[in-house]
Ligand binder design. Structure first.
Ligand SMILES: Cc1cc2nc3c(=O)[nH]c(=O)nc-3n(C[C@H](O)[C@H](O)[C@H](O)COP(=O)(O)OP(=O)(O)OC[C@H]3O[C@@H](n4cnc5c(N)ncnc54)[C@H](O)[C@@H]3O)c2cc1C
Length: 415
């Protein structure tokens, strides 16, 4: 088949990987040069431990509490925008304890499929700095510790049995020589991490070498369809005929979906990262500073990436240095000896997570267009779930049974 993929982030490239492997003729269209989308500057976690969706009762509470504080880790920029209001109402409606419980198993399943796919890529020689050192979730407060114990129990009951609580001494032993203000941490042995920039570069090169066609700076602008089938994809360069279309345009997918007649509630969740070379903080393990909502990733050599904050905003709102300040201040609260000056904006990376309204991705076919597969909405987990999503997309297009039950990811669930 002749297949168009809209979007050259990790979801688009992973889909291209499996579709090309299945013998299809694949063309990836991207609005930009594909060298700096959300899939590059992220924390690189490949993390089955993340089985809690973004839509939780706690996040609704924090979102409301922090609504007026642009330095807070979870910030919803108040604005009069119908899509935002609709998304917000669906988010609040979804954020129940029952939803959190029901979402855990599908998130675990797709994570494990995806992690195995990344391990296969790594073992087949794709060089993207994959390492399996686990992930620490470090807490500072009694409430954080209480929640951590619950999370350990929940992880074990979900089959992630290699999860343990480390007290302060055990945590210190994991990171010798580093002064830390913490009560303890969860250690998820199941998690791995990679260098996301290297992943994107290596995958892109591999796909080009294998004959995938890339159309950079050629944004999709709509489709022409008849009898529920897309027969033409319209892009900036003209009209193109394809047998199948995959919508994987990350946080931009919502407006494109609308032009295809779909309702795909999606908001950009901007996050920031700073990558410090010759970093004085010598950490061995990727760590989340829970109360600070910051992710630290030792990349290669002595390079450390500090990332975080979730800012539900528009693509047009200028980035805020105050949020990076919030990230680095949180790091200092956990590591008092940490000294990294607030960088200037040109040294700061930011990207837009595609946030669905219930924290689960949208993956699958739609009622409106028979030959369209949607693959987006992965929010904080797009890198982790990328390879697995690509695999599922290829199975859907091949009309094969998928490796897991994908009904919870139905793109029509709000339509
Ligand atoms: C600070 C931070 C840390 C993160 N850490 C992690 C982590 O550790 N682990 C994890 O799993 N996830 C993490 N994430 C989330 C992850 O980065 C995203 O979920 C993921 O990159 C989304 O990938 P994507 O392919 O859907 O979108 P993108 O990477 O944004 O790619 C979408 C592409 O679509 C293109 N596009 C847009 N409109 C059009 C159009 N009209 N036509 C054609 N192309 C179009 C864009 O140019 C872009 O290249 C993090 C995110 C941030 C911000």
């Amino acid at each position: 088949m002749n297949i168009a993929i809209i979007g050259g982030g990790i979801i688009g490239l992973s889909s291209a990987h499996y579709l090309q492997q299945d013998g299809h003729q694949v063309t990836v269209f991207d609005a930009g040069d594909g060298l700096d989308n959300c899939s590059y500057g992220n924390a690189g976690y490949i993390c089955p431990s993340h089985f809690i969706p973004l839509a939780t009762p706690g996040n609704v509470k924090n979102g409301i509490r922090w609504m007026w504080n642009s330095r807070s880790p979870f910030y919803v920029e108040p604005r009069l925008d119908w899509d935002l209001i609709k998304w917000g109402l669906l988010f609040i409606r979804s954020a129940t304890s029952k939803h959190v419980r029901n979402a855990a198993a599908p998130l675990r399943d797709i994570s494990l499929i995806s992690q195995q796919a990344y391990i296969d890529w790594h073992e087949s020689g794709l060089d993207f700095g994959y390492q399996h050192r686990g992930l620490l979730e470090i807490v500072q407060t009694p409430a954080g510790e209480h929640h951590a114990h619950e999370t350990v129990d929940r992880a074990i009951s979900l089959g992630l049995v290699d999860t343990e609580w480390l007290n302060k001494d055990q945590l210190n032993a994991m990171e010798p020589g580093v002064r830390m203000q913490a009560r303890g941490a969860i250690l998820f042995h199941c998690d791995g991490h990679c260098h996301p920039n290297h992943l994107m570069q290596a995958l892109r090169k591999q796909l080009m070498d294998r004959g995938v066609n890339f159309r950079w700076n050629d944004a999709a602008i709509g489709v022409v369809s008849a009898n529920k089938r897309i027969h033409t994809l319209r892009t900036q360069s003209g009209s193109h005929a394809f047998d199948q279309v995959v919508l994987a345009a990350g946080s931009w997918s919502g407006s494109l979906a609308k032009s295809m007649g779909l309702s795909l509630p999606l908001m950009p969740g901007r996050g920031y990262s700073v990558t410090v070379e010759n970093n004085p903080l010598q950490l061995k393990h990727p760590s989340i500073l829970v109360e600070g909502r910051v992710a630290l990733t030792p990349l290669n050599g002595n390079t450390m990436r500090f990332g975080g904050t979730m800012e539900i905003t528009s693509h047009q709102t200028p980035p805020r240095l105050s949020r990076v300040q919030g990230v680095l201040e949180a790091v200092k609260r956990f590591y008092p000896d940490f000294e990294v000056p607030i960088p200037t904006m040109d040294k700061v990376w930011y990207g837009y997570r595609p946030c669905s309204a219930d924290g689960l991705p949208y993956i699958g076919k739609t009622r409106q267009q028979e030959n369209l597969v949607v693959a987006t909405g992965h929010a904080m987990l797009g890198l982790s779930l990328g390879a697995g999503t690509g695999k599922l997309v290829a199975q859907i297009i091949a009309n094969q049974p998928t490796d897991m039950d994908i009904r919870p990811f139905d793109p029509d669930r709000f339509g």
